[in-house]
Structure formats: C-alpha cells, structure tokens
Design a protein around this ligand. Structure first.
Ligand code: 7RM
Length: 653
C-alpha cells in the first residue's frame, strides 16, 4: 500500500476537549459561516483590528489575476507590531525571549523592542536607505533579525531575508535580482557548536553585487569566545551595528505606507532554475497574518508562543514576527539546532519558559520520534496547550506521536497548509471547533475558498485532484519581483480562460466529510525537510561542475526529511565515475546553493531515459529512486537504458 493510501484510510477523529473549547477564542461555526457567505466583509472586519493612520476607501478590487486590498488606506507594519503595544498593559510584557545556541539568553519587552526598532530604523536611514529601497537581511536567529525586519518596515524599505544556510552565490543572486542597497549580516552564528561565518559569505557575495552600498554587521561573537568569527570590516562600506547605534537618534517616525506598498520580497523555489521573488504588500499581508495567528493559535494574552521556523522562511516571517507581534504575544526565538548540546534542547526550552503553543515541522517531529520519547519525558511540558505543524504533509504516525508524547493527548494539533505565496495559513483546523484527523489539514480558514479541480477545471466533490484557491485573499502575493508574466504563468494559467483560479502546485483529496488531504507537489519542486528546492536549481548546480554533461534530479521518500534528493548524472568525455567524484559533486551543490540542497544519492550513468523527442523521463527516474515497479515506458526512445540504470541503482544501495 502506498503512503497516500495509508493516509486516506485514516478514520480517527479527535474533537477538541470540552475544556479547550470552552476557553477558545472561537467555539462554534458562526465565524466560518459568516465568512463563507461574505469573505470580503470578514477580511474587512479583521483588517479593522489593525491600527491604520488612514482608513481605506475600497476593501477589495479584483481584476484577475491582480488584486488590491484596502486601497486608499495607510498603515505601518512596525507600528502594528510594536508601537501600539507600548501604551497600555503590554508595555513591559516580554515580546521576545531569546536563547542563543551556546546558552546565552536575552529578553526584550515591547518597550525594549520599540527602542531597538527605532534605533535600527535610524541606522538604516543614516546609511541612505529610503522608502522603497531594498535591504537584504542575512542573519542568524538573533533578536536583531527581528529588529532589522521591523526597522525596514518602519521606514518603508522592502526587506528580503536570505536564510543563513544559503551559500554566498545564492545570497548574491537574490541581492542582484532585486537590487538591494544595504545588506544586514553578522560576524557569524552558532549551529551545532560550529560557527557559520556569515560575514565571510557576505563578503564573497557582495564582491559581485554592484548595488550594495553598505553592510551593517551585528557582532554575534561572545566576548572571549568565537574569535574564529573575526570579520574583516571594509572601511567606509561596513559598519558595526552596535557602534552605529550610538550615533543615531532614539526615535524614528514611522512611514505612512499605502496598504498596497510592498512590505517584503521573499525568494522561493519554483520549477525553473531561478528562485522567484514573491512580493507581499503591507495592508493585506498584515491582515492575513494577524487574523490567522489569533484564531489558528488561539492566542491569549498570557500565552508563551514558540514557532521554531527560521526567519529565512515564510513561516518565520508570518508566524515568528509579523503575526504574533501584531497580536502582542510573547515569542520564543532560539538560535540553534534541536539536538545541541543534547536531543532535548527544545523540550528544555519549553519547560524553562513555560511554552504554551508550539509550532514546528513534520520533519522535526519525525526526528524527535526517532530519537525517542525519553528526551521529551525528561521535561515538564504541562504548560503546553496547543501544537501546530507546517511545511509538508504530516504522516498519521508522526501526528499520533506528537499528540501522545508531546501533547499528552490534551493539546489540539493544527496542521496548517499554506505557502510563501499565500502569505498566511489557508487550510487549517480551528482548534476550539474542528475535529481533527491525523494527516489532514482539515478545512479552509474563514474567508478562504478552496477547490479540488481536475485538469479541465471541473470540481471534484470527493476524490483527488489539483488544489486551487478560488477567491482572492488579503495576504496573497501580488507579483513576482520584476517578472509579472511569471506570476501570471505560474499561478493563474493552469486552467485556460480562468485567470481567477490560483494554482497552488499541490495535489489534494477531499474525503466524504469534506476534509482536505494535501498530497504534495505536482510540479518539479521538492520538499526536503520542509524546505522547497527546485529540481532545476540542483540540476543547474550539477551541470556547472566541469565533469557533468547532463543531470536529472528527482525526489525520493525519506523517513525523516520527507523527501531526499537523488541525482542521475552523465559525465563528460574524459571523466570517470568514482566515489570521490560523487562526494565532490555533492559538495559542489552544497557550495553553489547551500547544504540543504546536497543530494543524498548520485548515480552515474552513460545515458538517461528519454522520450523520442529527447525529454528526460523523470517519472521513470523517480520509480527507480523509489525502488518501485516502472510505469509506462511506451514513449521511451531506448528501453534498455532504464534496465541498466535500475540494476546499477540496486547494486549501489
Ligand atoms: C509554509 C510553507 C509550501 C509547500 C506547499 C506544500 C507544502 C506546507 C503543508 C504542506 C502538506 C501542510 N511555505 N506544505 N504546509 N503540505 N501539509 N500542512 O511551508 O512555500 O515553503 O512551501 O509546502 O507542498 O505547496 S513554502
């Protein structure tokens, strides 16, 4: 039986406990019912919870596939995340509780964050950044990362955060694609006891970034330790964050941003070799993330909320920074690895700070499972009341383990489906209302309309098909930076003549109860440990190596990472396959893109299976990598190639 069949035979139902329901923000279906009949009205009501310096004229204007929300309105995201909390009872409430991997700790109240964001905003101004400029952020998970994002938002600069695990080349390409003026980085970060030399990577990147005028560098190194991080500062171009901070005024008036002004760009992998700059705007995005944070996580004043995602991903943007802070929540931020120094690090943190809401990825849950329950059981997790999952399909076994071992059977689990492009959670249980099924993201969030469609665009009532969003939502991407045609082609051209239908790139099934089961990507995008990686990106990195003539990359099921990367490579004349070349190619990909893209398997082959018109048949390569029976081979030019590859693959295992 395939994984999908197992998933779809899942019939267990977990209703919220009466106690949870009785205290929940949403306890019945009224909100969903009202939103279903008038989504625009629902979103307008949520938007009005934000602080606006000027009210909007028009809630929504939809000329498919382009939308505006709250046109005419003005607001500032940093005001909504910080300023509006410093006048009342939240002034001295912890906004950020931070732990560095080596064990250093800092707590910032809302007032503290207000001061830091104002100072950082003035530092950017001093470096010449003005409204509309792009600023790249390449930082470890330290409080300054949050301050940097909010500082950009405060002055109307558009941030693009680049995950610290990405290579100098990936950083360079992102900076150049959107023409950043300033790069904010750090001397380094800590990961599994090792130092990630971010400034050195930044120097390499910036050597080929003509638009960068300045670098602002946070000193992460702790006094006396970590001298390996020592950064070379280029006079005039590079500035230490802590020094510049002394030279700027304390207050920075927030820029009044139009609702449709850009808030940030975040790059994500697609089906081509070049990552796309997903553009999010201010009013709609803030509305989406603040409403979903409030209802999906049932956020209450006294909660201690922890989203383990890195700010380099959309989950970090929406559910570590903008959503929870807009709600005045107390957020945990942790710098390092979950198994450092021991495999109970996350549970130790949960216990120490009394975490009540914990949001992580299935890949992490499967790793915890493998490490064993004893690491969890060593700690008092009695404050936990809600668990969340995001990033990839969660298998029922991992769901049950999360429910029993972490949640002690009393915490609802919200399995949240969404994307970089959707900005906010789209399909999810409401924890006080929805009965959950292990492995199902359940039903759309209020105000979101979803359909499962066949390739003709016809609705599938019960059964599998392509996942589509059929009504605009406030936090949807507005375009791809510098390439609106790619926006139209990628997301709104799947069903000809229907530019109003958003194609998510995922397969989904609706069951008899109307529950949605996400089946994974239907395009050439891999999901490795919750990270999106395009097969073409990895192929380009491989072909970049002098020995490689041709490469085809596919995903292969992996019991912890969800998917792992398998590459099929043909060598140029004069090169011979060897295990040292295999290692070299794996490192080459890690060097070009980042360690997250390093292939697990590389198989050398004289030929790749191709159609008569010369297209590589990845489907067959997937069958080989998964050890499955081979599918239809009738279009294959030379069937013997496949037999040879399979024999070779099996010999290698
Ligand atoms: C938030 C995020 C998006 C892709 C998406 C899916 C997969 C995300 C779930 C999921 C099944 C989930 N943004 N995905 N959440 N699949 N169940 N709850 O991950 O842009 O990086 O990735 O991730 O394939 O299209 S993302």
């Amino acid at each position: 039986m395939s994984d999908i069949d197992v998933l779809l035979q899942e019939h267990r139902l977990f209703p919220p406990s009466p106690a949870f329901r009785a205290a929940a923000r949403v306890q019945d279906t009224q909100l969903q019912d009202a939103a279903a009949s008038d989504p625009v009205e629902f979103w307008a009501r949520e938007a009005s919870e934000l602080t606006w310096s000027k009210p909007w004229d028009t809630v929504m204007h939809w000329t498919p596939p382009h939308v505006t929300w709250f046109a005419g309105g003005e607001l500032n995201a940093s005001v909504n995340c910080v300023d509006r909390h410093i006048h009342g009872s939240r002034r001295n409430k912890a906004a950020i509780i931070w732990e560095g991997e080596p064990g250093d700790r800092r707590t910032y109240t809302y007032w503290d964050v207000y001061r830091e964001v104002n100072l950082a905003a003035n530092m950017l101004k001093k470096l010449g950044v003005v409204k509309g400029d792009r600023v790249a952020i390449y930082l470890p998970m330290i409080p300054e990362a949050v301050f940097a994002m909010l500082a950009c938002a405060r002055i109307g600069a558009v941030h693009t955060v680049v995950f610290g695990g990405f290579s100098p080349e990936s950083l360079r390409d992102r900076i150049n694609d959107c023409g950043c003026k300033v790069l904010i980085t750090a001397d380094g970060g800590y990961r599994r006891g090792q130092i990630v030399p971010l400034k050195r990577h930044a120097d390499k990147a910036v050597a080929e970034c003509p638009t960068i005028e300045h670098m602002l560098v946070v000193m992460r190194r702790r006094s006396g330790v970590g001298d390996e991080m020592a950064a070379e500062m280029q006079e005039g171009r590079d500035h230490w964050w802590h020094r510049l901070k002394r030279d700027v005024p304390r207050e920075c008036a927030p820029e009044a941003m139009s609702a449709e002004d850009n808030l940030f760009i975040l790059y994500t992998s697609g089906t081509t070799g070049k990552p796309k700059g997903v553009v999010h705007t201010t009013g709609g995005y803030m509305t989406g993330v603040s409403a979903t944070s409030k209802y999906v996580f049932d956020l209450k004043e006294e909660d201690v909320y922890w989203c383990t995602a890195d700010i380099g991903w959309i989950t970090g943007h929406s559910y570590l920074v903008y959503g929870p802070l807009a709600n005045g929540a107390t957020c945990i931020v942790y710098e390092g690895a979950p198994d450092w120094p021991e495999k109970d690090r996350l549970w130790e943190i949960c216990e120490r700070y009394g975490v009540t809401i914990f949001y992580t990825a299935p890949t992490a849950i499967r790793a915890f499972m493998k490490w064993g329950a004893s690491y969890v059981e060593k700690h008092d997790l009695s404050q936990l009341r809600l668990l969340g999952s995001v990033g990839e399909p969660i298998n029922p076994e991992a769901w049950m383990w999360y429910h029993e071992t972490v949640g002690k059977q009393h915490c609802p689990i919200v399995d949240t489906w969404w994307q970089t492009e959707t900005g906010a959670i789209m399909i999810t249980p409401l924890p006080g209302v929805t009965s959950t099924k292990p492995g199902s993201a359940t039903t759309p969030f209020p105000g979101v309309r979803v359909a499962v469609l066949d390739s003709q665009g016809d609705q599938i009532g019960v059964g599998g098909g392509l996942l589509a969003l059929t009504h605009p939502w406030p936090s949807m991407l507005r375009t791809i930076w510098g390439d609106d045609q790619r926006y139209i082609d990628t997301y709104f051209s799947k069903w000809p003549g229907r530019p109003d239908l958003y194609f998510a790139g995922d397969g989904a099934k609706r069951d008899e109860d109307g529950y949605l089961w996400i089946l994974g990507r239907v395009d050439d995008v891999l999901n490795v440990a919750g990270h999106r990686i395009g097969t073409m990106e990895v192929e380009s990195a491989l072909v970049d190596h002098p020995s490689v003539a041709e490469a085809a990359v596919v995903g292969k099921t992996h019991d912890i990472k969800g998917q792992a990367i398998a590459a099929f490579v043909t060598l140029r004349n004069g090169f011979t396959a060897s295990s040292s070349l295999r290692d070299e190619l794996r490192e080459h990909v890690a060097m070009k893109i980042g360690a997250l893209a390093r292939p697990d398997d590389i198989l050398f082959s004289a030929d790749l299976p191709k159609t008569r018109s010369g297209k590589i048949m990845r489907r067959l390569l997937r069958d080989i990598a998964e050890g499955r029976a081979l599918g239809d081979m009738s279009t294959l030019a030379d069937a013997t190639v496949v037999d040879g590859l399979r024999a070779q693959y099996e010999a290698q295992e």
